[in-house]
Design a protein around this ligand. Structure first.
Ligand code: URA
Length: 243
């Protein structure tokens, strides 16, 4: 009896190991979800993302964490999905994780991230109260700008995030984010500070915090832009962003 049981356990173990080998151990992901990862950008996938096989940000994150839709998957350490309350009123969207974010697996943790945290604080909010993510979820090598094909392949994930979170306001940080969400011809110095929309959600484009580290005088304009956001969100008694 004992031998039979041990035989049976061995068989189950072998079965488990072989199913792992063929990739059947993906936790909580349906076959339908896994199919999404294999689709190219032009195989009717963009519209398919509108009817998602996930029910929550957590499920979406699991799917994205296995993404191999673009070449950045070959060089990344982590997929930096984003963080914040699943129904945050305000979502900040940067361009792509830097090297520190790639290591930490979290968005905006480096010097630019510290400045973003200060900006959020000056709005009278805590970082944990807002959603923070990027257009592109994987670190482009040598901190280069994300390329158009990488943006195109990653954007459906951002769309899905936004449709789950449904923030009242989106704030794009920097040129790449504004060009991806608002208009390819967007010029950050000319067009920031005006309301636009992304997926029917009011969207305020402002400078990237990394730009502010290089050009601190631009903090004044960012402060004007975030004040617009605060008005929209009904936030009162703002503190001034320190120069
Ligand atoms: N810059 C970005 O655009 N995103 C990050 O997460 C970090 C730096």
């Amino acid at each position: 009896m004992r031998e039979e049981l041990s035989d049976l356990l061995m068989q189950i173990q072998r079965q488990l190991i072989s199913s792992r080998d063929i990739g059947l151990d993906a936790p909580l992901l349906s076959a339908e979800s896994l199919q999404y990862l294999k689709k190219g950008p032009n195989s009717e996938s963009e519209s398919s993302f509108e009817a998602p096989p996930w029910n929550s940000l957590k499920e979406l994150e699991q799917l994205v964490s296995k993404c191999e839709r673009c070449k950045l998957s070959k060089t990344r350490r982590s997929v930096v999905f984003g963080e914040g309350p699943p129904h945050a009123s305000l979502a900040f969207v940067g361009e792509a994780p830097g090297v520190e974010e790639d290591i930490a697996g979290k968005p905006f943790v480096g010097a630019a991230g510290k400045l973003l945290t200060d900006i959020i604080g000056a709005m009278g909010l805590r970082r944990e109260e807002v959603y923070i993510c990027n257009v592109v979820k994987c670190h482009p090598p040598h901190n280069r700008d994300p390329e158009p094909d990488e943006i195109e392949r990653c954007l459906p994930f951002l769309r899905s995030q936004i449709s789950l979170i449904k923030p009242a306001v989106i704030c794009t940080l920097g040129r790449i984010s504004a060009q991806s969400l608002i208009d390819k011809g967007f010029k950050i110095t000319r067009d920031r500070g005006q309301w636009h929309s992304f997926m029917d959600i009011p969207c305020m484009p402002t400078y990237h915090p990394a730009y502010l580290l290089r050009y601190p005088n631009a903090k004044r304009q960012v402060w004007e832009d975030v004040q617009e956001i605060m008005k929209r969100l009904g936030l009162e008694n703002p503190r001034r962003l320190r120069d």
